[in-house]
Design a protein around this ligand. Structure first.
Ligand code: IPM
Ligand code: MG
Length: 370
């Protein structure tokens, strides 16, 4: 039996497969230069799985994800599956993985690298040096709460229902992740909800406040209503270090935060579960950008978010800090050298496609190796 770490790779739909291909170069580099090898299995998820197997994710894939040391995910969804029912939607692949593996804490960094400071739609002065982290709860809240559904009323009209639910335990476990991260960063957590209108938000605020007082007196805790947080993110994003929030607000705010950096194509994410009795922690890594059907298959997509997701995987799941940093450095250097995919293009830079970008990362890796 090999003792290599087990990696499940799920490229998914749209640009997923083409950006994942570029990660392959980095995987090969690790093996060749650092003697680090993985047992890699690859499978279909999302629309690709729906077309091939009639379901967005097979039980065998969920089991493989459970057995893997980490899952590297691409993206799912696309207009060709817009008509399929809720029980078959490609998005169910990621939602099911989150639920089945108990992946409750989604870490979404928004980081502005100096070479990309002008790619932000905000003024450079507002975003230079931006480095914030959104910790989004991902297995609770209105995404999973019951009752849910669409019912037909007596008069023939219909009623759609979803329910926002959070328990003390669900709030505490994600808040723990946020507080622990803040300790490794600038020591500040901003907890976000709508406690002015929602009981679940009020409980959220109370639980986070109590937890901070009990276990994290060294961390600075503040609270913000979600609408104000959206405004503050656009107004003065550098006021934030770690933001912790529920599933739906986290979905919205993390897209906003990502856009502050100028490109969704640059940002990785990690979704973590609880550490089990054997010290193993289920974890899934995916870029924030989604499947980008408009440019899929054209070789135009930015592979950096997928490569940086892999770097995040190396650090968080395997403790390979040095390798992770080297890969991040290589990505920065590619940008400093002036190469840009369309999503981050700016005047005077050289526009390249997915593959050239991937090759450039590999070249920088080789240079860093000396
Ligand atoms: C995300 C996505 C997903 C979500 C979709 C694909 C279900 O928007 O990861 O942010 O809403 O959580
Ligand atoms: Mg989203």
């Amino acid at each position: 039996m090999s003792s290599n770490k087990k990696l499940l790779v799920l490229p998914g739909d749209g640009i997923g497969p083409e950006v994942m291909r570029e990660v392959g170069r980095v995987v090969n580099w690790l093996s060749r230069r650092r003697g680090i090898n993985f047992d890699i299995t690859e499978d279909l998820v999302g629309g690709a799985s729906l077309d091939a197997h009639g379901v967005p994710i097979r039980d065998s894939v969920i089991n493989a994800a459970r057995e893997a040391d980490a899952v590297l995910f691409g993206a799912v969804g696309g207009p060709q599956w817009n008509h399929v029912g809720f029980d078959k939607r490609p998005e169910l692949a990621i939602l099911t993985l989150r639920r089945e593996l108990g992946l409750f804490a989604n870490l979404r960094p928004a980081l502005v690298l100096e070479p990309l400071v002008d790619a932000s739609p905000l003024k450079a002065d507002l975003v230079r040096g931006l480095d914030l982290m959104i910790v989004r709860e991902t297995v609770g809240g209105i995404y999973f709460g019951t009752p849910r559904g669409i019912e037909t009323l007596a008069d023939g009209s219909r009623r759609g229902v979803n329910t926002e639910v959070y328990t003390t335990h669900e709030i505490e476990r994600v808040a723990h992740v946020a507080f622990a991260l803040a300790r490794q960063r600038r020591g500040a957590v901003c907890s976000v909800e709508k406690s002015n209108v929602m009981e679940s938000g009020l409980l959220w605020r109370e639980v986070v406040t109590a937890l901070a007082a009990r276990d994290y007196p060294d961390v600075t805790l503040s609270h913000m209503l979600a609408d104000n947080c959206a405004m503050q993110l656009a107004r003065e994003p550098r006021q934030f270090d770690v933001i912790v929030t529920g599933n739906l607000f986290g979905d919205l705010l993390s897209d906003l935060a990502a856009m502050l950096t100028g490109s969704l194509g640059m940002l990785p994410s990690a979704t973590l579960g609880a550490v089990d009795a054997h010290g193993r922690r289920p974890a899934l890594y995916e870029p924030i950008h989604g499947s980008a059907p408009d440019i899929a298959g054209k070789g135009l997509a930015n592979p950096l978010a997928q490569i940086l997701s892999f770097a995040m995987l190396l650090r968080i799941s395997f403790g390979l800090d040095a390798e992770s940093r080297t890969i991040e450095d290589a990505c920065s250097r590619v940008l400093s050298s002036g190469l840009r995919t369309g999503d981050i293009m700016s005047a005077g830079m050289a526009r390249v496609g997915t593959q050239v970008m991937g090759e450039a990362v590999l070249r920088e890796l080789e240079k860093l190796e000396g």
